[in-house]
Ligand binder design. Structure first.
Ligand code: SF4
Length: 349
């Protein structure tokens, strides 16, 4: 069993714990409205901006939009936080997103509703093992996904998000470079397949996307022959093969707007449906199947860590003292180089 597979077993236990915790908590409509009002006021008083990911709960996405922040994918979150004049960024997402914001803007205060919201890809790629893996392959350009710790980014040559990974690897391949890619094995295999590059892949996975099932997808496609299939590249290869479009969360939303279909089967976290449905109010969105026949799912297309960005925690984000993101300055400087390389590459596209 690989190191990353061992981590995955541990990660699945964590996901189960989070799911049980989540079932216990449901806010009343009144309480939700009260908290939202409170959060709007506190963001204004603190002159802070809310930067939220598409996978956070609907109310958090609404708050980000209403208050002049942003709801987006991790690349756009990073760019927006860096360019925004606010000195305090409130990042509703998972830990690596807060760290990325801090690395790009070390002078700003970066707060998160909770620093415990992490990611199975980040957990499955510990720096010591990863660094040893890189040392074994010194001839390869190290490309890491944004869903990694600051230390892993600092060990890399390039950071990529799912919206830009294919283009960066294609560019490096054309220059004759061999790639070491981490941590998502499905995204790595997809990139290898579409670019033809020589890619050595770390064995990590996203607990949400890994659960999409090709068999269930085929049934759903038979029942909905007019639907286009939109798949995030963290999904297994058998699911990707069925896709009409493979892309990041932003690319999935753009495709739903652009394509003529009235119906879409979507293989990514269900949180995206809130903003996506606003973009295509007259189209039907169907979540891709995760459970298969008689099986159970761990995440059920809902990231347990994204769900930790609860309104209660967001309402206290300025009061608590345990939720500011810090990155060691020397580490941050090293991680900044591959991150900035990605942002510069994006500008030239
Ligand atoms: S959805 Fe997957 S990749 Fe995204 S934060 Fe959750 S575990 Fe990580």
């Amino acid at each position: 069993m690989s190191i990353a597979s061992e981590h995955l077993i541990e990660i699945r236990e964590l996901v189960k714990d989070h799911l049980e915790h989540r079932l216990d908590e449901k806010l009343s409509a009144e309480r939700e409205q009260l908290l939202m009002q409170q959060i709007r006021g506190r963001l204004e008083q603190e002159n802070a901006v809310l930067v939220a990911h598409y996978y956070t709960q609907d109310a958090v996405q609404d708050l980000a939009e209403e208050t002049g922040g942003i709801v987006s994918d991790s690349l756009e979150m990073a760019r927006f936080g860096k360019d925004h004049p606010a000195q305090t960024l409130v990042v509703a997402g998972v830990k690596f997103m807060g760290e990325t914001a801090k690395i790009l803007t070390p002078e700003k205060r970066v707060l998160m509703p909770t620093l415990e919201a992490t990611c199975s890809l980040d957990i499955g790629c510990p720096i010591d093992e990863f660094s040893a893996f890189c040392d074994e392959h010194p001839d390869r350009t190290v490309v890491v996904y944004a869903n990694t710790s600051a230390a892993v980014k600092a060990r890399s040559d390039w950071v990529v998000t799912s919206s830009i990974a294919k283009d960066v690897v294609s560019y490096l391949h054309e220059k004759g470079e061999k790639i070491l890619f981490a941590p998502d094995r499905h995204l790595g295999a997809y990139i290898q397949n579409v670019t033809g590059a020589d890619v050595l892949i770390w064995d990590g996975a996203c607990v949400v996307h890994e659960e999409f099932k090709a068999d269930g997808m085929r049934h759903l496609m038979e029942e909905n022959p007019d639907a286009a299939v939109l798949v995030h590249p963290e999904s297994p290869a058998a699911v990707i093969e069925l896709a009409d479009l493979v892309g990041s969360t932003s690319q999935i939303i753009d495709a739903a707007v652009r394509m003529d279909n009235r119906k879409f089967i979507v293989a990514t976290d269900q949180g995206i449906f809130h903003t996506m449905q606003k973009a295509v109010p007259d189209k039907e969105l169907i979540i891709a199947p995760t459970a298969g026949h008689g099986a159970t799912c761990y995440s059920c297309a809902n990231c347990p860590w994204m769900a930790m960005n609860e309104l209660e925690a967001l309402a206290e984000v300025f009061e608590r003292e345990d939720n500011e993101v810090f990155v060691d300055p020397a580490l941050g400087e090293r991680a900044m180089l591959p991150l900035q390389r990605m942002l510069d590459f994006k500008k030239q596209m």
